[in-house]
Design a protein around this ligand. Structure first.
Ligand code: FAD
Ligand code: NAI
Length: 469
């Protein structure tokens, strides 16, 4: 293996492996370092994040559909049951296939892979230490830090990945808990809470704030809460967990009002801690290299450049949404900048999707953002209950909401709750990225009968000419 490179990337997640692919494509001599025990690339996303969670969401959603909706559609089955070991196996197979795919892409783009922990010993110098303790020194013109993030801990709640789990443990529970308490009503809590509720667990979500998904549009968040409650998920809003006590087989969870006051203790079999993630940069040698961090530990960057020449950073360990596609775009743009090309990521046009049933998808500004910024805006809304395809499929919950500038009609945001929202949002992302107007969506022909027509009807609503409701 070589020891001299143009670019060395530390971290093999979506930020790192996409930077590696693009750097390889652009003819840069590239290496990527990954320290994961499984010796696989793909980072959090492929190994313990996006992919396994979606595999479990998909299978559990089909199970729930079969048990609750087939009869009304005229489909008869015998008693439907599930095989949890097989469900977990198909999840592991999805992870295995995709991580191997990334390894193939490294080969294809002539990227050298080093398995071990990367450490910056000086600008331009990286040491890789393998599991067996053997180390190797590499030299490079550029270093990209793509080390991602880790679970934010909570005092009094010690993760053991068996009874008290992070998302990683929650993706591999060997049996369905009777009662799962989820700390945090954010994306992980609601996605993985949905998985185990569908499979039979009682799920109680304890959320510090008075709403779930705090960064999403308020109206969407309210509707989503109502739908999740109807599905059987329970919520304790404006509440905090102050400690979890381990008994022989059970857990005792102490919960208090967020504002203080008399608390209560609830029993659970499993507690899932999901109160956010924080940048992960431990053991990288950043202090010695002089790389500046902010107070919360994020690496400070300007167009992915840190304060130290030749050291760059991308993905979850820098500012911006902690999402795989954002990390991917960061990595691509960073490699392009290193190769002397233009590279930029517009964080205002990064979509965000919650893969529950129904899905929640969002891009751009929320009404709350616009009010806070004093921007005058118009709203167009369309319910799926008036969309022909949604009605035909008996999937009428939710709506599309479009926000546009009151004077110029420029699209400012789009928020969707409904079946397939994660796919529907792509149209709004494109229009937003092109700086288009809500009228551009309203005047574009949309196939009938599709749910995408609801996006068009909502866009028509901005100027008050929604035709089908
Ligand atoms: P990571 O994917 O975290 O990769 C960093 C890699 O660096 C890791 O593999 C780590 O082992 C390695 N590393 C760290 N330090 C070193 C070192 N010193 N030497 C060598 N290697 C090192 N995002 C979405 O967009 N959609 C989703 O559906 C989604 N679902 C998620 C579900 C869950 C349960 C979780 C936890 C996250 C989910 N995310 C999702 C978020 C997504 O996983 C992250 O935003 C994304 O993985 C960030 O990519 P990254 O490359 O910055 O970091
Ligand atoms: P999150 O930031 O989405 O939600 C955390 C929630 O916990 C918030 O609602 C917050 O108010 C609440 N909270 C904070 N402290 C609390 C406390 N002490 N007690 C009770 N509640 C508390 O974080 P989450 O769900 O852990 O996910 C981490 C990140 O992973 C997300 O920010 C997201 O970027 C990414 N992710 C993305 C997914 C997707 O795109 N579909 C899926 C899963 C994760």
């Amino acid at each position: 293996m070589s020891s001299q490179f143009d670019v060395i990337i530390i971290g093999g997640g979506p930020g790192g492996y996409n930077a590696a692919i693009r750097a390889g494509q652009l003819g840069l001599k590239t290496a990527i370092i990954e320290k994961r025990e499984t010796k696989t690339l793909g980072g959090t996303c492929l190994n313990v994040g996006c992919i396994p969670s979606k595999a479990m969401l998909h299978a559990s959603e089909l199970y729930e559909t079969a048990t609750t909706r087939f009869a009304a559609l005229g489909i008869k089955t015998g008693a439907v049951s599930f095989d949890l070991p097989q469900m977990l196996k198909q999840k592991d197979e999805a992870v295995d296939g995709l991580t191997k795919g990334v390894a193939y892409l490294m080969k294809k783009n002539k990227v050298e892979v080093f398995l071990g922990a990367g450490e910056i010993t000086a600008p331009g110098k990286v040491r890789v230490t393998a599991e067996d303790g053997k180390s190797q020194d590499l030299e490079t013109k550029n270093i990209i830090i793509a080390t991602g993030s880790e679970v934010t801990p909570l005092k009094g709640v010690e993760i053991d990945e068996k009874q008290i789990v992070s998302s990683t443990g929650a993706l591999s529970l060997p049996s369905v808990p009777k009662h799962m308490i989820v700390i945090g009503g954010g994306v992980i809590g609601l996605e993985l809470g949905s998985v185990w509720r569908r499979l039979g667990a009682k799920v109680t979500v304890v959320e510090f704030l008075d709403r779930i998904l705090p960064t999403m549009d308020g109206e969407v968040s309210k509707t989503f809460l109502r739908i999740l409650k109807k599905q059987g998920m329970e919520f304790k809003l404006s509440s905090k967990v102050t400690g979890v006590e381990k008994l022989k087989t059970k857990l005792k969870v102490a919960i208090e009002p967020a504002a203080g006051g008399a608390g209560e203790t609830i029993e659970a079999d499993v507690v899932l801690l999901a109160i956010g993630r924080r940048p992960y940069t431990a053991g990288l040698g950043l202090e010695k290299a002089g790389v500046a961090l902010d107070q919360r530990g994020f690496i400070l960057t300007d167009h992915f450049r840190t304060n130290v020449p030749g050291i760059w950073a991308v993905g979850d360990c820098i500012h911006g949404p902690m999402l795989a596609h954002k990390a991917e775009d960061d990595g691509t743009a960073c490699a392009e900048l290193i190769a002397g090309k233009a590279g930029h990521v517009n964080y205002d046009a990064v979509p965000s999707v919650v893969y529950t049933e129904p899905e929640v998808a969002s891009v751009g500004k929320t009404e709350e953002d616009l009010k806070k910024a004093g921007v005058e805006y118009k709203v167009g809304k369309f319910p799926f209950s008036a969309n022909s395809r949604a009605k035909t499929n008996h999937e009428t919950e939710g709506f599309v909401k479009i926000l546009a500038d009151a004077k110029t009609d420029k699209l400012l945001g789009c928020h969707i709750i409904g079946v397939g929202a994660g796919e529907l949002i792509a149209e709004a992302v494109s229009v937003l990225e092109f700086g288009g107007a809500s009228e551009d969506i309203a005047r574009t022909c949309h196939a009938h009968p599709t749910r995408s027509e609801a996006v068009r009807q909502a866009a028509m609503g901005v100027e008050g000419w929604t035709m089908q409701a």
